[in-house]
Design a protein around this ligand. Sequence first.
Ligand SMILES: NC(=O)C1=CN([C@@H]2O[C@H](COP(=O)(O)OP(=O)(O)OC[C@H]3O[C@@H](n4cnc5c(N)ncnc54)[C@H](OP(=O)(O)O)[C@@H]3O)[C@@H](O)[C@H]2O)[C@@H](O)CC1
Ligand SMILES: Nc1ncnc2c1ncn2[C@@H]1O[C@H](COP(=O)(O)OP(=O)(O)O)[C@@H](O)[C@H]1O
Ligand SMILES: [K+]
Length: 567
Amino acid sequence: MPKIVPGYHITTAAQIRAIEQRAVDEGATWPDLMAEASRGMADVGLTVIAKQPNPAVLVLVGSGNNGGDALVIARHIKEADFPVSCYLYKRKPQADDWPFAAAQAEAIPMSFAADDSQNQQLQQLLQTSTFVIDGLFGIGLSRPLAADVAHIIDLVNASKLPVLAVDVPSGLDADNGKIWGTIINAAYTVAAGLTKRGHHLYPGAAYVGKLAIAPFTLPDSMEEPMTTTELNLATIRSLVPARPVDGHKDTFGRVMVVAGSYLYPGAAWLAATAAARSGAGVVTLACPRSIYGSTAAHLHEVTYLPLPEVEPGELTEAAAKLVHEKLAKYKALLVGPGLGTETGTGDFLRALIGLASSKRRLGVGFLGSNELELPTKRKGGVGFGLAARPKEEAKAEEEGPVVLPPLVIDADGLNILATIEHWEEKLRDQPVVLTPHIGEMARLLGEEKIGEDHPQVALEAAARWGVTVVLKSAHTIIASPDGRLALHGLANPALATAGSGDILAGLTAGLLAQGLAPFEAAQLAVGVHGVAGALVREELGERGTIASDILNRLPLAWRKLTEGGLK
Ligand SMILES: NC(=O)C1=CN([C@@H]2O[C@H](COP(=O)(O)OP(=O)(O)OC[C@H]3O[C@@H](n4cnc5c(N)ncnc54)[C@H](OP(=O)(O)O)[C@@H]3O)[C@@H](O)[C@H]2O)[C@@H](O)CC1
Ligand SMILES: Nc1ncnc2c1ncn2[C@@H]1O[C@H](COP(=O)(O)OP(=O)(O)O)[C@@H](O)[C@H]1O
Ligand SMILES: [K+]
């Protein structure tokens, strides 16, 4: 089991409590834990405070250990000879409250919210202060804020003073980024020991400001109890596959992209080009005949497989057979961007992945994965293969079993899946990545909208369906069926443009073709998509950008990732 790594592993409130408990079981005391975390938090605060001309610090203190941390921090600030005062919410002087006693022993002025019903003292303190430390609530907040403390938070925000949040900005749900009514708008947040999921998830993440981690000695015996990791630049870089100098196009894999329709030809172009720009060796675009001519006229870098339609905009089941026949050499298949959801297209998708209706029901066989279960009774079959289909099989009679390579289903592919009962039966435990945005996820789940705890939603879905799920939004969550979770919290409105998801889907398929496992391919695709988006924002800003701007920056994004140069 790997050790816990701050800056890489992300915790939930329950996990941090387990860590604290283990530390206590191994002989640490609460004062030890708090002393260490608070020292690191105070140090971050002091570097900012020391730069102010005439600093005066106001420390907001809550009733729990977050408030305890804040009191210890107040003492450090006092010891550093800066003026400091505390404002306490629901914390009564008690003999066994050692952080309170210690702060009092330093003669730090204390005001109590309980004696300040009109918040006049607070307003006065805010007027005479230059910096605020927020220790009202930490990971213990899990219900709506009471009106009195919500008002305190609103007054602090209205003061526009820079705030350093202790562990989390008060008001944030540490597990899912939800805001419990209102939230401290922090300029800095110092996490105790490890970052929490909520630091990386919106809407709360927008109030975290600059995020630092205060050192916290993890218990010796503690191995990684958590499954969530941060998809930061270091993690993204570590996933980039080697690119041998003497590689040829087949070294880097072939991708089949099934995308586009009469109304949405652009999606096919974006997804196929992104697959090509993922570093894959060859990309074939299987698109409806009605858009083949116009697409091929300006997309020259891919090969084509024109597909038959019932009429423009609607594929036929026969198109699936055509794709099946060509799949042998391909290492990844993407299906869905811009496909439309016409009845014939639905039949096509069902047949493609072996979910065809009784008329042409195919047996199922999985080749190359651990459980090989080829159909014995039926002639036809669709299954998954991690490697290309063996030659003899390719030569097998027309209706022989079809072996699908690792598969990405996106956009309308997902919308069609959502209409099929038990669609997951064919995909479970196969190398499959689904890339729903929030709306598509709701459809797949058969719900009007998804729950607020996105990591939980994604994790449960991945486990239930047995596939990797990329739940896309301003924070993208990648969940593996085995319980691993990666969070990408680098929000960037330059990416919020139509076609951006088609690019992500193309990248994911391209990386599968290069041999990455589904969870890793999905993470790297989200990562490089994010880096390209950052380059777009840096160069063009965050307004008026279009998907092809992202596409065009992919080579540079790869270069930044492999040669460094990004902070
Ligand atoms: N490695 C680490 O991470 C370490 C973490 N440590 C620190 O411990 C902090 C967690 O401390 P914690 O468990 O005492 O919870 P905390 O956030 O102070 O809040 C609980 C208090 O708030 C109250 N309350 C709750 N909801 C409320 C509401 N809506 N409206 C009003 N009141 C409400 C609740 O009261 P009650 O529910 O009992 O009414 C309770 O009194 C953590 O964030 C970090 O700073 C370090 O010291 C050690 C290393
Ligand atoms: N504010 C944002 N910050 C970061 N990424 C974003 C933001 N808005 C959208 N994205 C990303 O852009 C992509 C949009 O995908 P999607 O909604 O499927 O769009 P489309 O179907 O038009 O291509 C996703 O990868 C999503 O995570
Ligand atoms: K706080």
